[in-house]
Every structure is written in C-alpha cells, then in structure tokens.
Design a binder for this molecule. Structure first.
Ligand code: KG4
Ligand code: ZN
Length: 337
C-alpha cells in the first residue's frame, strides 16, 4: 500500500511516498531555517506563508521521485496536530484538496506518533510494545507504546521541552538558530565537568522532567561572568549543560524501564539526533542488556516519511477522516482525533 504523506507542523514543508509503513520511496523536505535564522526562532506567520508557497512543488517532487502519479496512491496522510496552527492548516487543507479531487482516503496523523514511527523506517524489525523517549522542540514525553496506535504518557515536562531548553541556552551562548544542533556541535570537544549544573527532579513524579531551572542556571552563569568581565567557554558550558539535560532524560528513562519491565528503548524527535543523548543511551542500554533504537539522523527532525510510516498503521487500524478534518494546535498523543 502506497501512502502520500504531508508534514507542515512547524518550519519544514515536507512530502513523501511510503510503502507499507516502512519503505520510503521518496522524501522531500523544504526547510525554512535560513529565513527564520535572522529572527532567532520560528516566526509562525512567515512559516505559514512559506508552506503555502512551497507545498505544491514539494508534493509534486515527492510523487516524481517515487515515480508515481496520484493514481498509484492508496491514501493521503497528513499531520493534523499538534503544531503551529497556521502551518498545520496549510498541509491539512492541501491533503483535503487531493482527497476531494481523487476520492482516496484521508488519514490524520499525530505529529509525535509520527516521530516515533520514524523508527519503523530505520529498523524494519522494530515492533511495539516498547518504551519511547520522545524529545522534540515542543515536547518531552516518556511514552509506553503498547501498539502502533496505542500510547500511554507516563512522564512529561512541567515547563520547557528538552529541545526548547537546548535552543534557549544556545541562544544565550550566542549560537545561531537552530540552537540545539549548533550547541551539540559547539560542545563536541568541551569538558562536561567544567561548569556545575543542577539536575532538576520533580518531587513525587519520577518520570517527569523540568528543565527551566537548568536553563536559568546556564543564564546566571553567563550573566555573572559578564558582570565580572570574565570569558565563558562555550564548548565547556555547552557540554556541561547538554550533559545535565541528557542525565535527566536517561535517568528517568532507566527508572521507568526498570519499574515497568521494558527492555526495548526507543528514541524519537529532533533531540534524538543529539550526539550525547545517543552516546549515553547506548551505554545505558549496553550496561543493562536492553535494546536501543533511534531513527537515522535524517528522520530525527521533521519530515514526511515518518508521517507516511505512521499513516499506514493509522489507516489499517481504521483511523481515516472526512473533509471536516481540522488542524489542532495541541492534542495528546493518546488521542488519535
Ligand atoms: O522534532 P523537531 O524537529 O521539531 C518539533 O517537533 O519540535 O525538534 C526540533 C528540536 C529543536 O529544539 C532543535 O534544537 C532540536 O530538536 N535538535 C537538537 C539537535 N538537533 C535538533 N537538539 C540537540 N542536539 C541536536 N543535535
Ligand atoms: Zn517534530
């Protein structure tokens, strides 16, 4: 079964053709990063306008690269939630237009579910159940993936998401947008013990996260150094900061896996590209004898191939929509519509 998939939840306009949820026939991503860079973050209004301009060309390129026409496509999957509302609406309306003209089914896909499904592309043998750490720009969740379309959130962030915490610290250290990636690169040879960072915990909620205190600690370190006329070492502060974020993520994942009896751990979302997170999770899973899965780097960030992968499992579980489908800025991963 071939699915044409569309993603426009943030600042990437993407389309793909994916066969049977695991085989990517094409994947096109038009990034707006260069334009948002001058503002230091995504400007929602600009993102929506660029999606409108790019979407037709991106969808056509995905069909061409897969050597398909719309007649070869069995369903259209689209990210409908969560994300920037104006950005989501562009993809949802475009997908509705295609299904109205062609009569093929429309499949709504939750953005975080699709981040998890990126792993089904990279690891054809991976099947639920497993424990997943979903870490993106807007979310940090520990999720029990009971089945392809059945999820239970057992841990979440009380303030900033892991990606947001990386982006804000990167900005304070004078690094350009996109912050997380540039912080990862800048900290590569830094000493992660050079600066003392807190390891915030949430009382009574062992799987939950809180990163705002950590971010404040980094900002205070930078401001105090400025006041004293001292230089900050960006590689060292970056490495210390990333290590603290990653320690929180790995410690909670380890605890949840032990408590709930999971031996398969999966990483998902933009922050799963982080080199320290991948390294620390690899060593945790080697130590414990657990299996670790993470998406190939090109499928960690936003793309439509992952939407096509999840779209397949949504379709076979009966989750299709009619033309009343709307976009939603926020929606729990446990909810499919
Ligand atoms: O999943 P994603 O592409 O978009 C959302 O759904 O939010 O995640 C984007 C987030 C951004 O905060 C970005 O800074 C972060 O992922 N990110 C990274 C790395 N690459 C992307 N954070 C740390 N290290 C990286 N290598
Ligand atoms: Zn995302």
């Amino acid at each position: 079964m071939k699915i044409l998939s569309i993603e426009s939840s943030c600042d990437e306009t993407a389309a793909a053709v994916v066969e049977d949820g695991r085989r990517v026939l094409s994947s096109i991503v038009a990034s707006q990063v260069e334009e948002h860079k001058i503002y230091g973050g995504v400007v929602p209004e600009i993102a929506s306008r660029r999606h409108v301009e790019a979407i037709s060309g991106v969808v056509k390129a995905a069909l061409d690269q897969a050597e398909c026409t719309i007649e070869d496509i069995d369903a259209v999957a689209v990210t409908h939630a969560p994300g920037l509302i104006g950005a989501l609406l562009v993809g949802v309306n475009y997908a509705k237009g295609i299904t109205m003209a062609s009569g093929i089914p429309l499949v709504p896909v939750h953005h975080l579910r699709s981040h998890i499904a990126a792993n089904y592309i990279t690891h054809p043998e991976l099947k639920p159940p497993f424990l997943c750490l979903v870490v993106s720009g807007g979310h940090s969740h520990l999720v029990e993936v009971m089945d392809y379309t059945e999820f239970k959130v057992i841990g979440y962030t009380h303030d900033d998401a892991a990606g947001e915490a990386m982006d804000k610290a990167a900005r304070a250290m004078g690094l350009p947008y996109p912050g997380g990636l540039n912080l990862d690169r800048a900290a590569k040879d830094g000493n992660d013990k050079a600066y003392k960072m807190p390891h915030p915990r949430v009382d009574g909620a062992p799987y939950d996260f809180s990163f705002s205190g950590l971010k404040t600690a980094a900002l205070n370190t930078i401001n105090i150094a400025k006041q004293k006329g001292e230089e900050i070492s960006v590689p060292d502060l970056g490495a210390s900061y990333i290590k603290a974020v990653v320690d929180c993520l790995t410690e909670n994942t380890e605890k949840a896996a032990i408590d709930l009896g999971y031996q398969t751990i999966v990483l998902a979302g933009g922050v799963s590209a982080n080199s320290v997170l991948r390294r620390e999770m690899t060593s945790l899973c080697e130590k414990r004898g657990w299996n670790l899965y993470a998406p190939e780097l090109k499928y960690c960030g936003d793309n439509a191939a992952m939407v096509g992968a999840q779209g397949y499992f949504e379709f076979i579980s009966g989750n299709t929509a009619d033309l009343s489908l709307n976009a939603c800025a926020s929606m729990s991963i446990e909810q499919s519509r």
